[in-house]
Design a binder for this molecule. Sequence first.
Ligand SMILES: *Cc1c(COP(=O)(O)O)cnc(C)c1O
Length: 496
Amino acid sequence: MNYTSTRNNTLSVSSSFAIANGISTEGGLFVPTDIPKVSGDFIASLVPMTYIERARKVLSLYLTDFSAEEIDADTFGAYSTGFTHEKVAPLTNLNGNVNVLELWHGPTCAFKDMALQLLPYLLTGSAKRVSDGKEIVILVATSGDTGKAALEGFKDVPGTKILVFYPSEGVSAMQKLQMTTQKGENVGVAAIRGNFDDAQTGVKTIFTDKSVRELLEKNGKAFSSANSINWGRLVPQIVYYFSAYADMIASGQIANGDKVNFCVPTGNFGNILAAYYAMEMGLPVNKLICASNANNVLTEFIETGRYNRVRKFHTTVSPSMDILVSSNLERLLFHLSGDNSEEITALFTALSKDGEYTVSPAMLEKIQSVFAAGCCDDKETKKTVGETFRDFNYLLDPHTGVAVNVYNTYRKNTGDETPTVIVSTASPYKFSPAVLEGLGEEFSSEDEFEMMSALNKASGVPAPAKLTELKGAEPRFTNICDKEEMEGVVLSMLGL
Ligand SMILES: *Cc1c(COP(=O)(O)O)cnc(C)c1O
């Protein structure tokens, strides 16, 4: 299995090369040249398996230059101890044929752990094969959850350094505390004055800057990325779509071969893109429903074919979805274009130059045959959190609240009664203030930990120990920089 670039389809590299490098030198993203196909028997074989066994089966189709023993060791390291639920990614029935796939039982209580607990293993193995012993420098731009999950995954991993940039006003108090108190000798965290897109653009610029690259190379270092532009972030996420489907077969909710919907709260388009790969591999999917908050650039795109990032940026109660440039969409469009890297280069050059692009009617038709889309604002999100708790005694975080709201509207408007999985991306305790408001609870304190106990009292749902134990922890990282200063921060952390 080889990988090519969305902006240069003549390239052909191994999965190790794609993972170790993160992004292609001309700015494109690595994608598989042929998406592997699986049979109904393959899916049936997953049903009695553990999550780790399912992960081994799916990953081995993509990581063909990894040995079976390596994949066994990597998946065991990632998923055997860090998750507090024995099923790793359990499926909970919400009501009737609507289910919630809980992806937040990892060490940082958000779905990013599903990939970022595994990525350090994939990346260090890849680097051994293709980067001859260079120290890997991970640069991360985060809208809140990636940063902490990446820090936790890479902390004290030999041969790596990690530096995280987050928008100073764009993350929740709990997210900020999680990052600024991070332990580990090889980690750094900096706030930037700007939003997530500024952080992401800054990281991409440093990444593709030739002189910085050469400076690192001279010093025995090489950049890589833990953002969802890295193939090593995406491939672990394909697993849980198969896992959820296998669990629905196991519970008797569907027969093997029946179609299901997945509704995914979306920001950078990584999570829902993994669902698309699962579908292309042969997982029976009816619709992929893309749920957005007030930053509804994807809703408009899927409905009209016009992607326009020039619009007001909203800071919402679902901050991990406050994104106007959804990087992974580039991969979807590449596949739908028939691997046409010239067309993709033209679209994304237009996006950075003019702030927008419009896809062809043929491309739009293909998108709409697979994807549905919807959005809701903070008020509707909180209302859905409250209603879902009252009706089904199930506590949603605001990101999952967006997904449930969008799904409810979709179902009402279309009459589609296909069994559905709502992808739940964070513990409600990462966003206690918004969840409390959704429940209609009065609270006077600004203290994150008092709000957590108020939420615990109101809901009866236990708070994750990983969050309660942060109480009283001293922040280690308090620096804040302008986006123009990001490169300097990186070089000074590396001592260059
Ligand atoms: C990152 C994140 C999302 C968005 O996922 P994408 O892969 O960027 O689309 C949604 N919810 C939470 C809680 C997240 O951390």
